[in-house]
Design a protein around this ligand. Structure first.
Ligand code: TRH
Length: 376
């Protein structure tokens, strides 16, 4: 049985651990691999997996061994495949132990997701390291020649079954304390601080159709509280402003978060993992991209928009592009939303088509297993 070590350094937020935890689970449950996930901040892991102990040095969940990656490294036998997520720095003694193995481990750097053109050219490139080992750069992506996206084998089937059953949707939402408003457009909102929130909320409140907004606790709450004129928001808070009903939700497990996305007509998502999950929900999405130095994130945003909008009519593509830009620019979202709404049926159909098209490609975990185990 092939052993894997995945190293995750939590830079901030939940994306680093979100991606590595998802990958680790899939390697175990679908590919029968033995996986240790080393995370330097287990406390950030716990919200994604409510059974987890934020203090534990070692714990098992869903077949994955989760180890606290302590600054003070204690010797551990290197695995057959070693993944450093998002260019994190492996412990020096571990690197030495890797180099000392008779069968050299497969060593990969799992990169951040991007739709930019250069990704396919860099995916799979090896680089020789000072310890004599070769490290391979593994890039997720949306196009042929990239490593693909994380997608569990039964995900599409589970999602379709759920979405075809209105009672399942109602029952699930009830577990979160959500009662559906008759005829309302259901939106989930997971975002960073965002100056265009007020403009968007204003447009929703004054719009022609009722809207129900579900907001998991997180960084956007302060802006939302300001717009509502409230001091503080917490899970369970509920407000009505014009056509808009807002409800704050608890932060739930990754699997329940998927269900929230499946329930909604539009999902505002952020970072990397929720962005991909919203695409698998086959519903329209609004992406708040993670800001990078020197505005590098704008290239990423435009690259994805270019790809995603290819099959849309020029008018719908322009409306969607402007809404995403406004959301990320921090202004103009109210107007952009009103224009986008006039293209809703086309945007909704497109989200389904895009999902089917992406799901036809090999998923990231399967591709990784083929790439690594063929060469061991
Ligand atoms: O949290 P994010 O913003 O994460 C990141 C990090 O900032 C990272 O450093 C950066 O490089 C990267 O984005 C691009 O967004 P993301 O990636 O969507 O991760 C959120 C995770 O939280 C995802 O796995 C879904 C999960 N989640 C839940 O499990 N339950 C919830 O209720 C919610 C709202 C999210």
């Amino acid at each position: 049985m092939v052993k894997w070590d995945i190293f995750c350094n939590v830079v901030d937020n939940f994306g680093d651990i979100g991606v590595t935890w998802r990958l680790a689970r899939q390697l175990v449950t679908e590919h029968g691999q033995t996986v240790r996930l080393w995370v330097d901040e287990p406390a950030v892991f716990a919200p994604l997996c409510p059974q987890a102990d934020p203090e534990a040095e070692s714990q098992w969940h869903q077949g994955v061994e989760i180890r606290h990656w302590q600054r003070d490294w204690r010797p551990a036998e290197p695995a057959d495949v070693v993944i450093e997520a998002f260019a994190c720095q492996l412990p020096e003694p571990y690197l030495e132990a890797m180099a000392a193995r008779t069968n050299k481990p497969r060593w990969l750097n799992l990169e951040y997701l991007s739709a930019e053109d250069w990704v396919a050219g860099c995916h799979g490139l090896p680089s020789f390291q000072p310890n004599g080992l070769q490290k391979v750069f593994y890039f997720p992506g949306f196009a042929d020649g990239t490593g693909g996206l994380l997608r569990e084998a039964a995900l599409m089937e589970h999602r379709q079954t759920f979405q075809a059953d209105p009672q399942a949707r109602r029952t699930f939402l009830e577990t979160l304390g959500v009662e559906l408003e008759e005829g309302a457009l259901l939106i989930s909102l997971f975002a960073y601080e965002n100056a265009s929130l007020a403009g968007w909320m204003g447009a929703l409140a004054a719009g022609p159709r009722p809207v129900q907004l579900l907001v998991p606790v997180g960084r956007v709450l302060a802006d939302l509280a300001r717009w509502l004129g409230e001091d503080m928001l917490s899970a369970g808070s509920r407000f009505r402003r014009g056509q808009l009903v807002i409800q704050v939700l608890p932060f739930v497990s990754q699997d329940d978060y998927d269900r929230i996305l499946w329930c909604c007509d539009l999902n505002a998502v952020r970072g990397e993992d929720s962005f991909v999950r919203a695409q698998w929900a086959a519903r329209p999405l609004l992406w708040h991209i993670y800001k990078q130095d020197e505005d590098a994130h704008w290239d990423k945003l435009e690259a994805f928009l270019g790809l995603y909008c290819q099959a849309l009519s020029p008018a719908a593509a322009a409306a969607l592009t402007e809404a995403w830009r406004a959301w990320n620019r921090g202004e103009g979202m109210g107007e952009a939303w009103n224009t986008l709404s006039t293209h809703w049926p086309e945007i909704a159909r497109h989200a389904e088509r895009w999902c089917v098209q992406q799901a036809a490609r090999t998923d990231l975990a399967t591709g990784l297993v083929q790439f690594c185990t063929n060469s061991l």
